[in-house]
Design a protein around this ligand. Structure first.
Ligand SMILES: CC(C)(COP(=O)(O)OP(=O)(O)OC[C@H]1O[C@@H](n2cnc3c(N)ncnc32)[C@H](O)[C@@H]1OP(=O)(O)O)[C@@H](O)C(=O)NCCC(=O)NCCS
Length: 215
């Protein structure tokens, strides 16, 4: 156990915070709180400049001490991080989560290891976090942002129902500078409407289509 782990083991608040991060399950993914035993795996997938240069808080290069700090900070701050793991084998494929500020709307973020891009995992994970914020935490709106040079992330937020809400600057650790970003917002009413459209109960009550004489 490292010195940081030992120090945190002694803080009961850490345990309480970790247990307050729920496990979110989707069709293909399990989203769960990161733990110190995940550090080597987190380093293996997070140490990628292509990922770091699109996110605010991933330094590059990414070392074990960065993962330890991330986990420790999550326990002691309003951040609620989740590791994104595959339901089939538990493999770590990325991370997502949200910050619950004292004032203002919760902000979500996400990243996927490059070998897992293009399979819909980011959208599936982001939707689970958005659902959690509205359904379980009473959020009235959820916000996020994407670099203007990141069309894949813009597409993810679009697929989650977010609407463009202006431009701004975000500071990126990996670049040690600020970059232009598009900001997005999803209101509770829009989310509720999207959920109603997807509600399987509505589909079950749809009239049966009969072709020709066949029942
Ligand atoms: C952005 C990121 C999370 C997307 O993850 P993913 O699992 O591949 O995302 P999904 O498969 O759910 O959706 C990606 C969508 O973007 C589209 N896309 C991918 N590259 C694109 C490009 N260059 N131009 C336009 N659209 C693109 C995909 O076709 C897909 O849309 P579709 O379902 O309509 O076909 C991933 O690329 C990543 O981790 N990038 C680095 C970190 C990052 O950008 N994090 C977000 C910070 S805001």
């Amino acid at each position: 156990m490292t010195a940081l782990e030992t120090e945190l083991e002694g803080r009961s608040g850490g345990d309480l915070k970790e247990s307050s991060i729920p496990v979110l399950e989707t069709e293909r993914l399990v989203l769960r709180a990161p733990r110190f035993e995940d550090v080597p795996t987190i380093v293996a997938v997070a140490n990628d400049r292509r990922v770091a240069e699109m996110t605010a808080n991933l330094p590059h290069p990414y070392a074990a001490k960065d993962a330890e700090k991330w986990i420790a900070n999550a326990w002691a701050s309003p951040d609620h991080p989740f590791l994104i793991t595959l339901k089939t084998n538990g493999a770590l494929v990325g991370a997502t989560g949200f910050v619950m500020p004292e004032f203002g709307d919760p902000e979500i973020g996400y990243w996927l290891a490059a070998e897992h891009w293009g399979r819909g995992y980011a959208t599936e994970a982001a939707r689970a976090v958005v659902d959690h914020l509205f359904a379980d935490r009473g959020a009235e709106a959820v916000v996020t942002w994407a670099r203007v040079v990141n069309p894949a992330s813009r597409r993810v937020v679009e697929k989650c129902g977010f609407q463009w809400n202006g431009v701004g600057l975000a500071r990126l650790k990996a670049l040690a500078s600020s970059v232009p970003v598009d900001k997005f917002r999803l209101e509770r009413a829009v989310w509720a409407s999207l959920k109603a459209w997807r509600d399987p109960i509505l589909r079950r009550t749809a009239p049966k289509v009969v072709i020709g004489d066949r029942a």
